[in-house]
Each structure stands twice: as C-alpha cells, then as structure tokens.
Design a protein around this ligand. Sequence first.
Ligand code: DP6
Length: 342
Amino acid sequence: MSCNGAASPCAARWMNPEMGNAVAIAHPNIAFIKYWGNRDHTLRLPANGSISMNLDGLITRTRVTFDADLESDTLLLDGREAEEATLQRVSHFLDLVRERAGMKIFARVESENNFPVGSGIASSASAFAALALAATQAAGLQLDERELSRLARRGSGSACRSVPGGFVEWQAGESDLDSYAFSLAPPEHWDLCDCIAIVNPSHKEIGSSAGHPLAESSPLQAARVADAPRRLEICRQAILERDFAALSKIVELDSNLMHAVMMTSRPPLFYWEPATLSVIKAVSTWRDEGLPACYTIDAGPNVHVLCPGSSAAEVEMRLREIPGVQDIIRTFPGGPARLISE
Ligand code: DP6
C-alpha cells in the first residue's frame, strides 16, 4: 500500500509525533584512499573504491520531523535557514526516503555541526549519514547497515562511509545494489590520531559535487583509477596489521594522485593554500627525522596529519608552530552513525 498524501488513510501514522520524529548523529570521515570521480553521477557510483576512518569528537546532529502541516521541506543548518541549493539537495534526498516509505509528507530538518563546514573536513559525509538514519527512522523504516549505507551514498558519496564505524571501506560495486561501505575494523582496533591543521576555516569555492564531474577531463584520472585496487589492498593490509610506515606511504601517494588529477582537470582545481604546502613539507621532514606522521588532504586547504596516538601531542605542538596554521583539531577513530534519544 502506498500513501499519496496527508489526506490518505495512512497519513495519521505520520502525524503521531513519536513516529514522525527522530534524531541521529554521525561523524565525518577522512579518506585514506580517495573517492574522486563517478561512473554514474545520479546514483553516485564511484570510479574507484575508497577507505576511510571516522572522526570521533566531530559530530553532525540531525533531527527530522515529518509534519503533515508543512507545505515544503525546511532546513535549519547550524541555526540558520539553509541556502536554496542546499535545501534542494536535502529535499531531493528526502524524496528517496518518502518514495521508499510510500508517503508524501514534508519534513523539518534541523542539523548542527561542531566543526567548520565545507573546508575539507567532509561535512557532507556526516550530514547525509545522519540525515539518512534520522529520516528513515522518522519515516518508520528500519534499514540494516548496508541498506543505510547505500541510501546515504545517494546524498553524498563519502556519506556511505560514515554509516559503519571505525575503519571503513566503500566497495565501488557495479550498481546501486552493491555499492556500499562496511567496517574493516572497529575504532578501538588502532589508536591512530588525525591532527587536522586548519589553515583556512572558510567555505571552499568548488565543492566536491562540482569537482567529481571534472575528474575525467584530467589525463591522469584513468591511471589513478586503474591503480586503485593495488592501493586499496596495501591500505587494507596496513590497517589490519597496524603498520604505520606502510600506511604513511600509501596515504600520501593516494592524496598526491587525487590532487594531481584535480590540478590537471579542465578547469584545474587548486585547493591548496601556501600553508598547506608548508605542512606537507614539515611532515615529510619530521618523518625523515623519526617522528611517525603522514599527511592527506581532501577537497579543501586543511591538512589531515595522521600519527600514532603516542605521537599526537608532539605532532600537535609542532603543527602549531608552522606559520599559517590557525588551529588544530585532534581526533581519533570514531563509531558508526547512531540514533540518539533526547
Ligand atoms: C575529496 O562525497 O563530498 O573528500 O558525493 O558529490 O557529495 P559528493 O562528494 P563527496 O566527495 C568526497 C571527495 C573527497 C575524497 C573522499 O572523501 O573520498
């Protein structure tokens, strides 16, 4: 049976405040092996598989309330009305949930982040992971982790990796059915720290969604994608064996490859600031001197410096001394997306 609107017989179910309301939290993640470019942009089927770590302490908290009195979806982001394009993206995602639940009632979405949005700390990942969980729960759907990951992927590719906990792999898959993420190891598997060096907290000009379609215009993308299975295997093993030296090499190579693609796209994308390069060079020098640390950068200027937990205090202290580094956010492996009661 499907519900065709607020006036349909099953609409009453959605007017029950307890059934129409849910709150979820999710962590952003940092990709060790990057997702850049899609085989199918609408379904967000990626050009290659990817691996990431959820970031504990950084949180998106989202409440979804289906309300039969609403005439359209509404979105409050960090206490402010969201821009039209952001609202449309969320509304489009809610359509997928409504379609699945067989209902047409609009929703009020209230979402808050405790970290800078749109600056290379993947806020869209935690945003759509939390939204997928809160919206499906509020719509009365019970999805298992795989289905939830597949659904979150439709909102933002990297969001599928914020659904499971800890160290996570997104298998590229062949279709909507087999493109989802799963946990390689729980958060407590490895005491790894991500010291995020903030060199510019403002919103990036070209978001990932606008960047992915440009990937194929780089002559380097085909080589990056063809070599991805090899990098994924090395990264997987490095995580399972807690081998920081092996992880460092593959993480830096993968980040450099993605930025090489970005910089050679038409038009080229330059996400780095001068201080980004200062951090890259400093980290390489520290490693040569014996301090275990490596860098990786997403679609923004801030640098994620990974290190064993035992070196975190030293790495943070040194990062703070680099001119242009405005702040450090220290995070450790985080858990899965989850519902919370308020
Ligand atoms: C550079 O998942 O943000 O962070 O699917 O369009 O929302 P959309 O893109 P998004 O892309 C992430 C790109 C990246 C690398 C990564 O996280 O794997």
